[in-house]
Design a protein around this ligand. Structure first.
Ligand code: PEP
Ligand code: MN
Length: 264
């Protein structure tokens, strides 16, 4: 298989317009769950950059559980995200939910994120694989390692896009956390595939004060980076405020991560 270690023994380093993922450094992608407006995303981009993140996240097309919940600012959100990222020298990752939006999202974003709910949307995987842009592939809500690897294979076989695996927790019987964050996925994926893997302690836990300890643990697994939700005012965030870090907590976490990643 194209994604397997046997096929390609060396680590694949993914170049996101100059930011390297998988080269041994730990790359942070930070930003709000949703882009809410230009000022909100500019403030968050400033925070993200000050803490050492290299890539700005933010949803413009949101896969919400309820159809009555905020669905995202769509193209307006993509514009704000790009503008804020450019202002602070950051790259962009954002989700593409539907095949019909691939060109639009690819126009504004450096990495195309495939959400957990779309891990097995095989036509979408094949289509994003043709763009040549790096694909941030979230693990499905109940995705096994084998299913996740096969999803990556759909991307790889269809074109030139490299994959960045994103461990974001899986559904188990435990409901004290939003998901069960499966950190064993990191060394396992590294053993089985040459593509980089990053961790998402925000969706992995769903609880903001669990995010820094699990981010620290994520660095220690040998992950190539993390994607984390931050917000200038988490209590008033339009989505996922309960798992978003404020400026102070984020900065402290980034200092801790720096120490652990330097020791790795
Ligand atoms: C997100 O990153 O905001 C998101 C919707 O994540 P997931 O697809 O992992 O639930
Ligand atoms: Mn979210």
């Amino acid at each position: 298989k194209l994604t397997s270690r046997e096929f390609h023994p060396q680590d694949t380093v993914v170049d996101v317009d100059g930011v390297k993922i998988g080269d041994g450094s730990f790359v942070t992608m930070a930003g709000p769950c949703s882009v809410e407006g230009l000022e909100q995303i500019r403030q968050t981009a400033r925070m993200a950059q000050a803490g050492g993140a290299k890539i700005l996240r933010g949803g413009a097309f949101k896969p919400r559980t309820s159809p009555y919940a905020f669905q995202g600012l769509e193209e307006e959100g993509l514009k704000y995200l790009r503008q804020a990222a450019d202002e602070f020298g950051l790259k962009v990752i954002t989700e593409v939910m539907d095949e019909s939006h691939i060109d639009l999202v690819a126009h504004y974003s450096d990495i195309l994120q495939i959400g957990a709910r779309n891990m097995q949307n095989f036509k979408l995987l094949a289509s994003v694989g043709k763009t040549g842009k790096p694909i941030g592939l979230k693990r499905g809500i109940s995705g096994t390692i084998n299913e996740w690897l096969n999803a990556a294979e759909y991307v790889a076989v269809s074109g030139k896009s490299p994959v960045i695996f994103i461990e974001r927790g899986i559904r188990t019987f435990e409901d004290a956390t939003r998901n069960t964050f499966d950190l064993s996925a990191v060394p396992l994926i590294k053993k089985m595939s040459h593509f980089p893997i990053i961790v998402d302690p925000s969706h992995g836990t769903g609880v903001w004060d669990l995010v820094p300890p699990m981010a620290r643990a994520g660095v220690a697994t040998g992950a190539d980076g993390m994607i984390v939700e931050i917000h200038p005012d988490p209590e008033n965030a339009w989505s996922d405020g309960q798992q978003s870090l404020n400026e102070k907590t984020y900065q402290k976490m980034m200092q801790e991560i720096e120490i652990i990643s330097a020791a790795m």
